[in-house]
Design a protein around this ligand. Structure first.
Ligand SMILES: [Zn+2]
Length: 386
């Protein structure tokens, strides 16, 4: 436990050192002593989310354009290597069972680091074995062997498979139809077919379909209507579900859908699309995050009165980045509320890491062959029998 604390303290401590009074755009700086107290109270419940802590912190730093010292990056790589399961995929901590959520977090964290050392940690052949072990005949995925099915798993699987060049049509057979069956009468997507539409699941399902090139099969207009109705008139932030309170983390899960929808509708030939703005109130979201979601001593949060944490820090910043940057590499329009120092780096709306890190990882892994596909043919035949 102490080791874990020192691991995150290292990242955080370096962060404090690199801030060194440069400017005050985001006061994430907090005394190290407070930080250690914070972790010692919270570490136990995060014991199965340790790759997530790496991702949340590294992604927050890349959005803030803070360089990660090489020694820290290497330490994080070695820690994540210990989280990689002998059966493939990554676990929530060393010695735990592989699980799709920390697998997504670990692969994203390694792609943010983006060094040869980081890329080489991922055992792609074993990762493919793991993805097959959680694939279900109806196209869905369980989160871990013997675990629950929901649409997060399809996104985590599609995200890591596409980044590391192990995505095959066979692995995602029936997945499109299964995800489509999660879109309900509200227009958003639920975790499994038949439940209430929810921001997190809607993002996961839509982003997975974008990766699979099938997002046009959603009812895009109904989805658009649902998501824009989740931005709250008074607060400017987003709620996760109908009749719920605003929450800073949905700044990404909901607002992150708008770039995906913009692109999908553009591909469908929709002619009325703006070339300067997403279809939500970008300034209002920035006001909510900057004015209501910052802890005065550092870090970001759900809503005023709640405590800061690394999850909300990551997703508030990710949502702020979406609200500041319209477009893509070719067409870019920025809307920065307040001082120029408020500007964050852009984030990729599908993977939620910086776009150049996505391009770099894809380029790197494209040079490597897709692991033996035939090996899994029998496994698939077997699973079809159940
Ligand atoms: Zn939240």
């Amino acid at each position: 436990k102490l080791k874990a604390e020192s691991q995150y303290s290292v990242i955080y401590f370096c962060y404090i050192k690199t801030r060194g009074g440069k400017n005050n755009r985001f006061e994430l700086v907090t005394p190290v002593t407070n930080y250690r107290v914070f972790l010692s109270f919270r570490t136990q419940c995060l014991d199965a989310s340790r790759p997530w802590l790496c991702f949340w912190i590294l992604h927050s730093l890349e959005l803030l354009e803070e360089p990660i010292p090489a020694a820290v990056a290497s330490d994080v790589c070695q820690f994540l290597a210990r989280c990689q399961s002998p059966t493939g995929g990554f676990a929530g901590g060393p010695g735990q069972h592989a699980h799709l959520a920390p697998t997504y977090a670990a692969v994203n964290a390694l792609c943010i680091i983006g060094t040869e050392e980081a890329y080489n940690i991922i055992d792609r052949e074993k990762l493919l074995d793991f993805l097959w072990s959680v694939k279900q005949p109806d196209g869905s995925f369980v989160m871990h062997v013997g675990g629950e099915v929901d649409v997060r798993s399809a996104y985590c699987a599609a995200s890591v498979a596409s980044l590391t060049n192990i995505l095959t049509p066979k692995l995602f057979e029936n997945t499109t139809n299964w995800i489509l069956s999660c879109q309900n009468w509200e227009g958003g997507l639920s975790g499994v077919p038949g439940l209430e539409a929810h921001g997190g699941y809607t993002f996961c399902g839509t982003a997975a379909l974008v990766i699979l090139g099938k997002e046009h099969m959603l009812d895009l207009k109904a989805l658009l209507r649902w998501v824009v109705s989740r931005q709250m008139r008074f607060e400017g932030g987003f709620q996760g579900r109908c009749n719920k309170l605003v929450d800073g983390c949905y700044s990404f899960w909901q607002a992150g859908l708008l770039p995906l929808l913009h692109r999908a509708l553009f591909k469908e030939g929709e002619s009325e699309l703006s070339r300067q703005r997403w279809m939500f109130e970008q300034q209002a979201l920035q006001e909510y995050i900057l004015l209501c979601c910052q802890n005065p001593t550092g870090g970001l949060l759900d809503k005023p009165g709640k405590s800061r944490d690394f999850y909300h820090t990551c997703y508030c910043l990710s949502g702020l980045s979406i609200a500041q940057h319209f477009g893509n590499v070719d067409l870019h329009h920025e809307i920065i509320l307040g001082r120029e120092e408020n500007r964050l780096a852009p984030t990729h709306p599908v993977y939620n890491i910086c776009p150049e890190k996505v391009a770099q990882a894809v380029q790197h892994f494209l040079r490597l062959p897709v692991p033996d596909v035939n090996k899994h043919k029998n496994a698939n035949l077997l699973s079809n029998c159940f």
